[in-house]
Ligand binder design. Structure first.
Ligand SMILES: Cc1cc2nc3c(=O)[nH]c(=O)nc-3n(C[C@H](O)[C@H](O)[C@H](O)COP(=O)(O)OP(=O)(O)OC[C@H]3O[C@@H](n4cnc5c(N)ncnc54)[C@H](O)[C@@H]3O)c2cc1C
Ligand code: HEM
Length: 414
């Protein structure tokens, strides 16, 4: 079973294909960045609407999505030729949830296939990619695609929708501007006959906005409200321009343009780093910066439905003025019967520890599941500290707000 509880068929590579993959993996790995660059360029040339309306062009500009795709294929191929390695179930589940949140459908896998294989031939040359090499990599691609398509079908079925039918028109009910500069938006269905679904704390929606150049860009936002209220709330940190990097497109647009009464497009909630609400064991919720949003979602749920559950909240930020939803975090934690909050600020502040999070200064509850969200460097550091404290890998659940590449914390090692 994968983390969604979906039965997974074990992908297996035939021995003759495995030999070819073993022999060519180093060459493909050495050229994978060039291959993915050519792949996305040719795919977007042929299907410009994919870059305009589906893919995140900020991630494309930064190269993070290219690295994530390359890393995922390399990880999957490596697993196929060495099944003794840990199954990359967590990686696959993350991708499937992200795809479902964007409404990816099975027929689109052929488009990706055609452009990816054209890019492989373009970069490595037709003499290297001869018939056996092409056939072996085709097999790897379709084995991976089959796993993803199966999981995505399962996610759509679970949500009770046709494949890809995840977009919903909503209206902004409320906007609250937090002193940290984060804006919290609450939306309701634009059509009273269509209800917005529930979700599990930790899940996210994609928010789509039409930008001034006509592109419909989508970004994910973790849900911070209470499930089952018929509304969905998310908190957006504005990404400011810095060091030659432009301001974030969607977060800036939302901050500047979105107010109560306005129309917006969102997708249904997905996301596999969701709190197990059926468990009774303790929780450790660890966040850095805007990574606090899944923690807020979890605390909302716990305060309303499981205030008895022992919960340790750890948050790291620069200073109280930069700490998103600081008052809300303390108010919610105060409603828990066994809730503890530990804050680390880089700048000195009353009631907070100073510097970087040091979990060895705390007593971590035994048998706890840890949910961690924050910038990639923070995630790697916290993962290391949790492991050092004896928390097993299958109890460390990591969410990250950027595409997961080879430098990401080891979400595959389950
Ligand atoms: C599962 C998940 C949950 C999330 N939850 C939240 C949440 O609760 N709250 C929240 O605020 N965010 C959340 N995020 C992040 C959010 O989805 C967006 O990534 C974020 O709002 C930035 O989007 P943007 O359009 O403003 O920035 P983008 O325009 O996408 O830019 C992102 C970065 O790329 C850089 N960039 C863009 N173009 C270029 C270029 N040409 N050259 C160099 N650099 C460039 C920008 O400077 C910026 O630093 C989440 C992400 C995920 C995946
Ligand atoms: C076997 C084929 C595929 C693989 C291996 C793959 C892999 C990935 C990976 C690794 C990510 C990043 C997940 C993360 O956020 O960490 C991703 C995201 C994404 N994928 Fe795929 N994918 C495949 C097929 C497809 C198809 C068919 C489509 C449809 C057009 C698609 C569209 C997207 C989009 C839009 C994103 C989000 C991009 C972003 O936010 O920058 N993918 N995929």
């Amino acid at each position: 079973m994968n983390p969604d509880g979906i039965v997974r068929s074990e992908p297996e590579l035939e021995p003759h294909h495995a030999d070819v993959i073993r022999a060519t993996l180093p060459l493909v790995a050495a050229n994978i960045d060039r291959i993915t660059a050519v792949f996305y360029r040719t795919m977007f040339d042929a299907h410009p609407q994919l870059l305009r309306d589906t893919f995140n062009r900020g991630n494309q500009a930064q190269g993070t999505q290219q690295r994530a795709l390359a890393a995922s294929i390399a990880t999957f191929a490596t697993y196929l030729v060495d099944p003794a390695l840990p199954h990359p179930a967590t990686m696959l589940s993350r991708i499937a949830h992200k795809h479902a949140s964007l409404g990816v459908t099975s027929d689109q896998y052929q488009i990706v296939h055609d452009n990816l294989f054209a890019a492989i031939v373009d970069v490595l040359g037709a003499d290297v990619v001869d018939a056996p090499v092409a056939a072996a990599w085709e097999r790897v691609y379709w084995l991976m695609a089959d796993v993803l398509m199966d999981q995505e079908k399962g996610l759509y079925a679970e949500a009770g929708v046709d494949s890809g039918d995840v977009y919903r028109d909503v209206r902004v009910l409320a906007r609250a501007d937090d002193p940290s500069g984060v804006a919290v938006f609450t939306v309701e269905s634009a059509d009273p006959a269509v209800e917005l679904p529930g979700f599990v704390p930790g899940q996210y929606i994609s928010v789509g906005v039409r930008l001034p150049d006509g592109a419909r860009q989508l970004r994910q936002y973790s849900l911070v409200g209470l499930p089952g209220e018929g509304t969905l709330s998310f908190a957006v940190k504005r990404v400011e321009a810095a060091e030659g990097c432009p301001a974030g497109e969607v977060s800036s647009w939302l901050h500047e343009n979105l107010h109560p009464g306005d129309a917006l497009q969102i997708t249904l909630p997905f996301g596999d780093v969701a709190v197990d609400t059926t468990a009774t064991t303790p929780l450790i919720l660890i966040s850095g910066g805007i990574g606090v949003t899944p923690t807020i979602g979890a605390l909302e749920y716990l305060a309303a439905h499981a205030p008895w559950r022992r919960t340790l909240v750890v948050h790291a930020d620069r200073a109280p003025r930069t700490h998103p939803l600081c008052d809300r975090l303390h108010d919610l934690a105060a409603r828990l019967e066994q809730g503890t909050v530990e804050i680390w600020y880089e700048e000195p502040a009353p009631g907070a520890r100073r510097g970087r999070v040091d979990l060895s200064a705390l007593t971590l509850p035994a048998d706890a599941d840890a949910y961690v969200c924050g910038p990639p460097g923070f995630l790697r550091d916290i993962q290391r500290q949790l492991r050092a404290a004896g928390v097993p890998d299958d109890r460390i659940h990591i969410e990250q707000f950027t595409p997961a590449d080879a430098g990401a914390p080891e979400r595959v090692a389950r």
